[in-house]
Structures are given as C-alpha cells and as structure tokens.
Design a binder for this molecule. Sequence first.
Ligand code: ZN
Length: 382
Amino acid sequence: MFVGMGAAKVRDLFKQADEKAPCIVFIDEIDTVGKKRDGGGFAGNDEREQTLNQLLAEMDGFDGRKGVVILAATNRPDSLDPALLRPGRFDRRIPVELPDLKGREDILRLHAKNIKISDNVDFNAVARAASGASGAELANMINEAALRAVRDGRKYVTQADLEESVEVVIAGYQKKNKVLTTKEKLIVAYHETGHALVAAMQTNSAPVTKITIIPRTSGALGYTMQVEENDHNLMSREELENRIATLTGGRVAEDLVFHSITTGASNDIEQATKVARAMITRFGMSDEFGMVAMETVNNAYLGGDTSLACSEATAGKIDAMVVDLVGRSYKKAEKIISENMPKLHELAKYLYERETITGDEFMDILNKKPETETAQLSDTTA
Ligand code: ZN
C-alpha cells in the first residue's frame, strides 16, 4: 500500500495507530518498501528510501507500552534492509513454512468444518497424499471436493471426493474428452507401469499408491503416485538415486517395448536432472567433490533458485557427472525392467484396460505367481 505514496503515508499510518491503540499494524509484502538500500546512491530510488527511512524513524519513536503491535510479512526476508531487523524494530522472526503431515491434517480438518463431510473420512490419508501442499492449496482441495460432491448430486463430501481433489490440485482436472490414439494410450500405459515397476522393485523407495493414464488438464497424460508412509525430512543418497532410477523407468519401458522413444518423458527428464545436479552440487553426495558446495541457494522461500559458485572447469565436470549419474540410473532401471518383462506386460495390459489402478491392485499383480502366457499387447491402431 505504500508504493508511490511516500513518507507522508507512513507518518499518517503511525499517527492513526497511536490514536487507535491498542491495535495491530500489519504491513504485507514489506519488501516493496523495505528492500536493501543501495550503498552507492547512484541508482537509488529516492521515493522508496524516504519511505523506508520514515518507517524506521517511526518505529524507533514508538512507545511500546501503548499496546501497538507491528507485524509485517514477506516472501523475501533476505532482501530486507538490515536496519529493519534491528532490535526494537522487526526483531522477532516467525518463519511460516510448508505444513508437515500433522499440520496438513489439521489444516484440512479446519477447512472441512465449513462443509458437510461424511463421518468416516480419513484426513490422515488425504494429508499424506497431499505431501508438499501449501495451506492455500489444502483449502483449495476441500473446496474442490465440495464442488465435486455437488456436481454428483450428493449431500456429503466423501473420501473419494477428497482423493480426487488432491489430484485436481496437483495435476489438474481429468480431461475426459481428450482423445489419445490407441497406440498413444498403450505407450502411456507402459510408460507409467515402467515408473511403478522400478519404484516397487527397489528397497527404500516410497510405495506406489495409484497409477492412472487418464489425461489431466495440466498436460500430463498419466502419472504414478508414490506416497511416503511418514513425513520425510531427510533423504539418503540411496533414496535419491532410487528416485532418479524411478524417473527414468517410464522412458526405459517405452524403449524396451516399442524400440522408439517419445516426448512423454520430458518432465521426468527435467526432474531427474534436477535431483542429480542437487546431489552433486549441494548435498555433497559425489565422491569427487565431497562436501563442497558448488551451488548456492539464493532464496529458500521462493522456489529456491540457485547460482553456480565454481570455476568454469568445475562446471563442465559437474555437467559430465550429472550425465553419468542419470545414465547409471537409467541402466539400473533397464536391468530391473528387463528382468521383469512378463510383469511389465501384465501390469501395462491391466492398466490399459482399467485406466486407473490402486497401489494394492498393482502389488497384487506384481506379487502373484507368473502366469504361463502373458502375451504382449498388440498394437491395434486403426
Ligand atoms: Zn514419466
């Protein structure tokens, strides 16, 4: 609210606070006025600096006994002027991070109070599936579930509504009218089964809870959902390597079955590369570099973009190591799928027919004794 209005507005704000005490002054997006001031003053923004100076002056002169609490919020605490954070000003920080499992469950329950919901809903299961979701996304999930119940003419939100709404928020709506050719659907079925098979055959890999080949509005043609049993804060080197192998599993299955590869793996490639790079440059999980940071995280609050902090020669070496790590994971996935070819065909066929299968169905087929004949699905594209 301050931008362009200057120091006078700040004075007025504190005057009002003084009159209305006890009260709370809340400044949202404080970084718009509270950015670090330029040392040189060459490209300085006079208007903004005056506003900031006024804010600092007002905060110093404020009588704490009057019962005025000054709060501010920002997504960029690292960009704030240090003067703002000195004792007597904004001297207490409360980081608001993404909610953990317990937090997600509580947030879901809180928002669910406003809607009619069936008694036997397992909020814990929904919270587990919504790993990594923010408070706003969780609120949205409850809203989506309510809309779905209304659309279906039901009076109560059910577990199925909530599970579907988690997917809607994560992956977008089901695109029921999206036409995939038979061949494409078959490729997607093998691709997703490839991911799930590699995940299931590795120890220390989150269990598969659902596989679907119903296209979503986000552009995903299918996906494999893995849900950790508990909240996971530490990832071991082995788990990360397994994750990369699981990500390559889709492409591996396509290549082994159809002997041609598609663009369907683009997102997998992006993610696998990201994990591999982070292992080498940030987590100290390479034998060559050990515990040396090659990359620094600029802002842990907003997505955490990184910048390289090493020589050009090292950067080249890192690239080669990323290629090597992903390549080794690909070989590992290839080995797993080759050794389980009959299961791949059986599972892909089942998924192709059902379009969505649960983790339990998947594990049942996987653990069942091999059938004598599991013919490979034939390509029946007209
Ligand atoms: Zn994939």
